[in-house]
Design a protein around this ligand. Structure first.
Ligand code: GLC
Length: 566
């Protein structure tokens, strides 16, 4: 495969509202990002991905765009964008924007026009259906945000389709004018100097014709992924857009969000011969053990544990299945999920080793790392202290239902802190001042105050998580870890060990999920020259045995035995 710059990329996701506030209103802004570019560069990341910064009523944190050509004043101005792009580029950092192309805000002028009636030229920009006889919903499909995907228009008798909030009507990709408008938007930002896009929720662009009911009990509204996710036309829709954009900017980076894609679908979306995405993010990486959940409560609001055996299987499937096309994306968290150390590590008793282990495990595999801002200092989920601080409808529903079933407030709080959509959106912990250096006024999200998990404190220690990340990402950029062949090794259940091999070099990466010591035997340790490239605390090597500390991680590089010429 032809080599592309983004195959060596290390992406840093910035949730703009939570990164750095300079406007003294408790919301992060573009100027805040500009002021922190040197820090971002110091991590070794090469691409910034910004969650949406466009004009929006913020029903869904900016994913409901009302004007794709304007910057939302809460984040700054167009001048700030120009400056951000300029300054980032000077430091060798590329910038990609979130392109929301499955839906708009209901406040977008296209939708406002469409609402005017069936004859309006913008009517066909969206998806409409007549009611079933008796005025009922057109079908039984559920929206991802709860309730039906259908909402009755205020003035007429048709329903419009929304896969997310009812204030986010889906665009009709069967309409070529929609495609053309999205291309225009993308071209506008490319002209400004943006280096690529993260395609939001693109796997839903195609919906099943005729909107057939999905199998369900009478009167029930249920998720109908087979009718609105990963359907046949999706790849072509994206390829049509991508081809035009690549003509304009041949080295554009197109990163797709493909939540439910399995390996085969991920391959379809990112195989260069299909000319669609360069790579995609799949949410299938984390199969969870849900056996302990109480099914009387919403299962997606209850904590869960990683199913390690299934995780190993699925990760190596993605590694092997996408190996020849650059590998998958590598990530542990994003703005829609809990933070990595809270979800997969031991945040109470072994936080530092947990974070370092998880980072080592994930990022030295083949593929493109995507870090969520703050993970590089081991930030945990935003913790609220009262169950009444959770105000979203699904959070309130869970609280009421759990209390009704006799669960304690403590239990409810423990679940909500992990499962709230805002869990990972807490503000960046820069220093030890009152609001963690994020702002001088109370941050919109609340803030965790924990001095050891701030940039300020971690800059001062060679063994900090921050400095471990810097070192790890430096190694990640070397050919052994960008190009080397991946092989998962058979080990104890709690260990995740793999090799990367390139030419004469083999790296052995051993990671321990357990909260007790685990051992791994490798005969090469006694036979071949090796060096320990990087490790976290308290691991030991004795003879051919590696004793991995609780949540231990170690990377050992072997050179091939010199061949004896005599
Ligand atoms: C993506 C975003 C998520 C958003 C949704 C709708 O999944 O990551 O935050 O709610 O799309 O735009």
């Amino acid at each position: 495969m032809e080599e592309k710059w983004w195959q060596q990329a290390i992406v840093y996701q910035i949730y703009p509202g939570s990164f750095q506030d300079t406007g003294e209103n408790g919301i992060g802004d573009l100027r805040g990002i500009i002021n922190r570019l040197k820090y971002i560069q110091s991590l070794g990341v090469t691409v910034i991905w910004l969650n949406p910064i466009f004009e929006s009523p913020h029903i869904d944190n900016g994913y409901d765009v009302s004007n794709y050509y304007a910057i939302d004043p809460i984040f700054g101005t167009m001048k700030d964008v120009d400056e951000l792009l300029n300054e980032a580029h000077k430091l060798g950092i590329k910038v990609i924007f979130d392109l929301v192309l499955n839906h708009t805000s209901d406040q977008h002028p296209w939708f406002q026009e469409a609402l005017k009636g069936r004859d309006n030229p913008y009517r066909d920009f969206y998806i409409w259906s007549d009611p079933k006889p008796g005025g009922q919903l057109p079908n039984n499909w559920a929206s991802f945000f709860g309730g039906s995907v259908w909402e009755r228009e205020p003035l007429g008798d048709q329903f419009y389709f929304h896969l997310f909030a009812k204030e986010m009507p889906d665009l009709n990709w069967n309409n070529e004018s929609v495609q053309q408008e999205i291309v225009k938007i993308a071209e506008y930002w490319l002209d400004k100097g943006v280096d690529g896009f993260r395609l939001d929720a693109f796997i839903h662009l195609d919906k099943a014709e005729g909107f057939p009911d999905v199998e369900a009990k009478d009167g029930e509204i249920v998720l109908a992924e087979e009718y609105y996710s990963n359907l046949e036309n999706v790849t072509d829709y994206i390829a049509d857009v991508a081809r035009i954009l690549r003509k304009k900017k041949p080295d554009i980076f197109i990163l797709g969000e493909a939540a439910s894609a399995d390996v085969e679908m991920a391959r379809r979306y990112s195989d260069p011969k299909n000319e669609a995405c360069d790579t995609v993010v799949s949410f299938r990486f984390f199969p969870m053990d849900e056996s302990h959940k109480d099914t009387r409560l919403p299962v997606n609001m209850q904590r869960e544990k990683l199913d390690i055996a299934a995780f190993k299987e699925i990760m190596s499937e993605f590694q092997v299945g996408l190996e020849d096309i650059g590998g998958p994306t590598l990530y542990w968290n994003n703005h829609d999920m809990a933070r990595m150390v809270s979800r997969f590590g031991d945040v109470e008793k072994d936080r530092d080793n947990s974070v370092k282990m998880l980072a080592t495990l994930m990022y030295l595999q083949k593929g493109i790392p995507i870090l969520l801002n703050g993970e590089e200092i081991g930030m945990k989920d935003l913790e609220r202290s009262s169950i009444y601080d959770f105000k979203l409808p699904n959070e309130q529903f869970f609280r009421e239902k759990a209390l009704e079933l006799g669960y304690s407030e403590e239990f409810v709080l423990h679940q909500l802190n992990a499962k709230s959509i805002n869990a990972s959106r807490g503000v960046m912990q820069w220093d030890t001042s009152e609001y963690a250096g994020f702002s001088i006024v109370p941050p919109w999200s609340g803030v965790n105050i924990e001095p050891s998990y701030t940039v300020e404190m971690q800059e001062k220690s060679d063994t900090s998580i921050l400095n471990y990340y810097r070192q790890l990402l430096k190694y990640k950029k070397t050919p052994l870890f960008t190009k080397g062949q991946f092989k998962l090794l058979e080990t104890n259940h709690q260990l995740y060990c793999y090799e990367r091999t390139l030419g004469d070099l083999t790296a052995l990466i051993c990671c321990n999920f357990d909260s007790k010591e685990e051992t791994m035997i490798d005969a090469r340790l006694a036979k071949l020259p090796y060096n320990v490239l990087i490790e976290n605390e308290n691991n030991r090597i004795e003879g051919d045995t590696i004793a991995l500390a609780p949540h231990g991680a170690i990377v050992i590089v072997f050179e091939k035995e010199p061949t004896n010429k005599n």
